[in-house]
Design a protein around this ligand. Structure first.
Ligand code: TRP
Length: 333
């Protein structure tokens, strides 16, 4: 709790290629979130290096990710936006927490098992202790809630276990955080296989619409979207492709399924797909324009990073020095 407000903490990978699924499912709600919570958003460059990165790409994507989140509506005046490596307390707390995390616990993490299968030539210790750094991220800010995708729930649960263990030895150190998993209500599916979730790492480029795709690309991808052999635009069991397009259209326009069915009565799928592409491109245009303006002013982005790092450090240092005192580290000033 900071100044009577509950704390929300989220880490974002510096990958910069967010999809309309990320946008409609989560990012669009960020603005309302900051009314309810004191929000921290961290670009996790230290997590990124657990798999090999090209340094120039990582650096560029760190700027891009910050700019993209800001373009989608994250206001640096209302949220603390910063880069993980700018706040050394993360690495320092992670070390202490390593000593309160069991080898067996880390061995059971499904992301570690998946990633070590995928990067079998580089199963480094950082990949193994990734969840401990994530626990440090969260616990440094006395976080109440952690909005994450279902794939990160296990890591947040481990974070709770580590915090509880630490608190049982040293009472009242950490707030125990709760994961918040967004409802699957607005799940955007792949355009190529509408039974699968739209994923930014999908190999089929036509299955995913990125926030930064240009207008022609967006319209072309929707034109190619997989539908069915029916010809009528209606929401029904078994019409996964059309249902997905109707959901997307509905989220962008605010129209109900019934209104959409009425609007496209007697018109073919071609017309409907074009309309979905157009509303999507129209809705993303202001985001893309803001993004371009932000990316053309690196000095401004760096000023945002600096302010964010200062704010974050203030809270992080408080927790870290409490931990160091409890552990018995000598404090000199
Ligand atoms: N591991 C998260 C992911 O891959 C990113 C992350 C890092 C994070 N630190 C966090 C998420 C703290 C929530 C809270 O998406």
């Amino acid at each position: 709790m900071i100044q009577d407000m509950k704390v929300s903490y989220s880490g974002v990978q510096p990958s910069g290629n967010l999809t309309i699924g990320n946008y409609l499912g989560a990012i669009r709600n960020f603005a309302t979130f900051s009314e309810q919570y004191k929000c921290f958003y961290c670009v996790v460059d230290a997590h990124a290096i657990t798999v090999r990165q090209t340094p120039a790409d990582l650096r560029r994507r760190t700027y891009e990710t910050l700019a993209l989140y800001m373009a989608c509506g994250l206001d640096p005046e209302k949220n603390t936006l910063y880069v993980q490596s700018h706040v050394p307390a993360h690495a320092e707390l992670a070390w202490a927490l390593n000593c309160f995390t069991m080898f067996g616990e880390l061995s059971r993490m499904t992301q570690f098992k998946d990633k070590s299968a995928k990067h079998s030539d580089n199963i480094n210790a950082g990949l193994f202790t990734y969840p401990v750094l994530m626990a440090a991220d969260i616990l440094l800010y006395q976080t109440d809630v952690v909005p994450v995708g279902i794939d990160q729930k296990q890591h947040v649960e481990l974070c709770r276990d580590i915090a509880t263990r630490f608190n049982s030895v040293f009472p009242d150190t950490f707030t125990i955080p709760e994961p918040i998993i967004p409802k699957t209500g607005m799940k955007i599916m792949s355009l190529a296989d509408p039974t699968k979730k739209m994923s930014k790492s999908d190999e089929n480029a036509n299955s995913v619409v990125y926030i930064l795709d240009d207008r022609d690309t967006i319209i072309r991808k929707f034109k190619r979207a997989v539908t069915d052999s029916d010809t009528c635009v209606r929401y029904a069991e078994g019409k996964d492709g059309i249902n997905n397009l109707m959901n997307i259209y509905s989220t962008f326009t605010g129209k109900s399924h019934a209104e959409i069915e009425h609007e496209f009565e007697g018109r073919g799928y071609g017309d409907f797909k074009l309309a979905v592409g157009e509303v999507c491109a129209d809705a993303l245009r202001p985001v893309q324009e803001t993004y371009a303006a932000l990316m053309s002013d690196k000095a401004h982005l760096e000023a945002v990073m600096k302010k964010g790092a200062e704010e974050a450090s203030y809270y992080a240092r408080k927790t870290l020095s409490k931990v160091q005192k409890k552990l018995g580290f000598v404090q000199i000033r």
